[in-house]
Write a new protein. Sequence first.
Length: 147
Amino acid sequence: MSISVINRAAIARCGNAVFSRALRVSTQVLSQEVGDDGLPKDYKLKTLKAGSRRLDTFVNRASGKSSSQVEKLILGGKVRVNEDVHTKKSYNVQKENTIDVLIAPCPENKELADVERYEIVDYEVTEKGYDIQIKSWKKFLVDNWRG
């Protein structure tokens, strides 16, 4: 027997559009980690290995985009940290920072946008640089800060 649960990100999804991002939860999945609101987690926990905590290095490692693509995103104002747009590649990310990388505005409602969201849980210094632990959402709905 399965239970349909609406994804947290789909609640505000594109105005009155049909929610297509419903999750199927079976009794086997119910043993997985559950968030504070009782819904199953909709993110992935990852550990990134990076030489520095610079914003461009972090976005490169987290998203898998090339360095030149990341540079264009940052300089174009398509990356924000804690709701503030950062256009300097040299910004050092900190614990509990939330980084949004713009994918595209929502077609049905231009006031909303799909982003890749990364939340820094913790990091530690190693001999080769940093091990950065993150929560990663590949498609997350936020306000469209680019208008």
